[in-house]
Design a protein around this ligand. Structure first.
Ligand code: FAD
Length: 374
């Protein structure tokens, strides 16, 4: 069996690792010219389901390395004012496993065949039941299954399920990261909390590696090359609809809303890494009816994009990857045919995917600032 995966995000790469482990041939096609072409280095919190799905797709020999480049988190989820005084709570504290997305992507890339600069432009189902994927800058590729893991703007979805389209929540946020130095020790209470300012919310989260990733890979799995990065604070400022200033850099846009805030908070944004900051919009995809069975399916944000405030998009994409690779292994071993295996995956994925989007949307209002007075 041969599988083409469109998209080298966490979901597509995790699937390709799971398939590699199962002895199924998989090639990944990524639109970006290089893996490091865009800012992708924010921290994620994984819950037990997502983390276990990730582990089960990775070779067991890399588990010690994975465990060394994550950390446990427990956050109190307070609401603080811009002077860091406690003014409320977002509900019960949450625990999880904190990972850096860029580090995780590099681990997941190891040993895979990934073609960069390979934006998928469309596909055709062939008379023999296989599928031919077409690309902007390379020859078509034929496989038994095409998996669209190509994110919220998925090209695969636009053909497979054209009625499923993203909804723009109107909410924008700027985010970036700042090296976690002693200077910011006093901010630790704010990690995981919401800082509520005038018309904006600022969210901070610490990424602390048990061992710096490059060093950990050198010690535990020399065949894996991980980026040379160190502990940092991820900051994200949520802006009201139409509240973003596109004429400023992301850190400048955040600072322009922070006059009179606690000096440590201002210093945190001032010292942020200019190459790792972005302005993003929150778009969601609520999956609807299942499409006609065939040799094409979807995974991750391509079919159930959540609001980041739900903290469950990556968890769900990793769960998809693990589930789909298990279903495909059954087909590869002849225990069921390919279309039945894909159907089993889609039925479960569409149900828990829709639930993940609902949960994330329920969590959104708690983070979105009140509208500014006109
Ligand atoms: C700031 C922020 C914080 C978040 N925090 C959390 C968290 O704490 N926990 C959590 O679970 N989730 C979190 N999420 C959500 C999570 O990051 C996403 O749900 C997850 O990364 C989706 O993975 P994916 O592989 O489905 O899609 P993506 O990561 O979007 O990957 C899609 C890939 O496909 C490529 N692509 C696009 N079009 C094409 C094409 N035509 N051909 C080929 N390739 C293409 C893209 O370049 C990209 O590399 C957060 C998101 C953000 C933005």
């Amino acid at each position: 069996m041969r599988v083409s995966v469109a998209g080298a995000g966490l979901g597509g790469l995790c699937l390709a690792q799971g398939l590699r482990g199962a002895g199924i041939e998989a090639e990944v096609y990524e639109r970006d010219p290089e893996i490091t072409a865009r800012f992708q280095g924010y921290r994620l919190v994984l819950h037990p389901t997502g983390f276990e799905a990730l582990r089960s797709c990775l070779p067991a020999r890399w588990h010690p390395l994975l465990d060394e480049v994550v950390s446990d988190s427990y956050v109190e989820r307070l609401v603080l004012d811009p002077q860091l005084n406690e003014i409320g709570s977002l509900g019960p504290g949450r625990s999880g496993i904190v990972v850096d997305r860029q580090v995780l992507r590099h681990l997941l890339l190891t040993g895979l065949t990934v073609h960069t600069g390979a934006g998928l432009t469309g596909y055709d189902v062939l008379a023999d039941g296989k599928v031919e994927a077409r690309f902007a800058h390379r020859d078509p590729a034929t496989a038994d299954l095409l998996v669209g893991a190509d994110g919220v703007g998925s090209t695969v979805r636009s053909t497979l399920s054209p009625q499923t389209v993203p909804t723009d929540t109107g909410v924008r946020f700027v985010l970036g990261r700042t090296p976690l130095t002693e200077e910011f020790a006093g901010l630790s209470r704010a990690f995981g909390s919401k800082i509520a300012g005038d018309g904006v919310s600022l969210l901070l989260g610490a990424m602390r590696f048990r061992t710096p990733p490059k060093e950990a890979a050198g010690q535990l799995a020399p065949e894996v090359v991980l980026p040379d990065i160190h502990d940092y604070v991820r900051w994200a400022m949520i802006l009201p609809p139409d509240g973003s200033r596109t004429d400023l850099s992301p850190p400048e846009a955040a600072l322009s809303r922070m006059q009179g805030w606690h000096p440590d908070l201002q210093a945190l944004i001032e010292q942020s890494d200019p190459d790792n900051a972005a302005l993003l919009s929150i778009r969601v995809i609520e999956p609807g009816e299942r499409w006609a069975p065939g040799p094409v399916t979807l995974l991750g944000d391509a079919i159930h994009a959540t609001s980041p405030t739900g903290g469950n998009g990556a968890n769900t994409a990793l769960r998809d990857a693990d589930l789909l690779s298990r279903c495909l292994l059954e087909a590869a071993e002849g225990r069921q045919n390919l279309l039945t295996a894909v159907g089993n995956y889609e039925r479960q994925m569409l149900e828990y995917g829709a639930e993940a989007v609902r949960t994330s949307l329920e969590a959104l209002p708690a983070y979105v600032p009140a509208p500014e007075p006109t």
